[in-house]
Write a protein that binds this ligand. Structure first.
Ligand code: NAD
Ligand code: ZN
Length: 229
């Protein structure tokens, strides 16, 4: 097999690095209502709460290590002859720590964004509502993450890759959040092979031709070995 690969990852790939997933029992959203911490309205109501939530996640991500699944994808990206496009919904930075290049469609905890002028800069470990933007000076800084109701980043670029790929794989994502959940349909429309890797069935399992079931840290290295030896 050859050609461009597009790999979508979700919270499940980082679960074994000790970072909680969103919709699993005990997941992040069962402890923090997402309307409060992951919407522009929630941020407008209580920016201190939202910064506190992302500061905690930033601190947790800073001490987390990539697991064998992140390592295997970085290896695949190095060894595959054609482009391997990794699109992640995760904001944790573990793909980069493993040495991979990724598209952060939901932004990153490592970034700060000015809601007033659109400037971006590296986030400090702790952000607060009174922080001012280094470019325009307004106290309108926010984490550079995409909230519910906002447009994910790099959509044109991602859709272009999906049009060209020969294989699309989704790893550790529940298929509940659009537009990412629709990528498999895009890939199928363009004749790509499709593989889902997850611990369990998801809302979009039916759309995939191939399924590999089990923890990402064991299944992804096996899948990568089958592709590149
Ligand atoms: P999710 O929690 O909805 O799903 C996780 C999936 O991973 C599940 O299907 C589960 O079966 C699977 N899984 C769990 N452990 C696994 C393991 N060890 N190996 C393999 N699979 C495993 O997470 P999601 O699909 O990434 O959620 C969609 C996205 O919604 C999130 O990534 C997040 O970016 C986004 N979101 C973002 C915000 C924000 O902070 N801006 C808020 C809410 C949701
Ligand atoms: Zn600004």
């Amino acid at each position: 097999m050859k050609g461009k690969l597009v790999i979508l990852t979700g919270a499940g790939i980082s679960a074994e690095s000790g970072l909680g997933t969103f919709r699993d029992p005990g997941g992040i959203w069962t402890r923090y209502p997402l309307e409060d911490v992951a919407t522009p309205e929630g941020f407008a109501r209580n920016p201190a709460l939202v910064h506190g939530f992302y500061n905690a996640r930033r601190a947790q991500a800073a001490t987390a290590e990539p697991n064998a699944a992140h390592d295997a994808l970085a290896r695949l990206q190095r060894l595959w002859r054609d482009p391997v496009i990794i699109v992640t919904q995760n904001v944790d930075g573990l793909h980069e720590k493993a040495g991979a290049e990724v598209i952060h469609m939901h932004g990153t905890l490592a970034g700060a964004l000015c809601a007033a002028c659109g400037a971006r800069w590296p986030a400090p470990m702790e952000m607060a509502p009174e922080d001012t933007c280094p470019y325009c000076g307004l106290a309108a800084t926010r984490p550079d993450v995409v909230w519910f109701g906002e447009m994910p980043y790099a959509m044109d670029e991602i859709l272009g890759h999906l049009e060209e790929c020969t294989l699309f794989a989704a790893i550790g994502t529940s298929g509940q959040v659009y537009p990412a959940a629709g990528f498999v349909q895009e890939a199928l429309r363009n004749g790509a092979e499709t593989t889902e890797i997850n611990l369990a069935q998801t809302d979009t399992s039916g759309a995939f031709e191939h399924h590999m079931t089990g923890p990402a840290s064991t299944v992804v290295p096996r899948w990568v070995a089958a592709l590149v030896g």
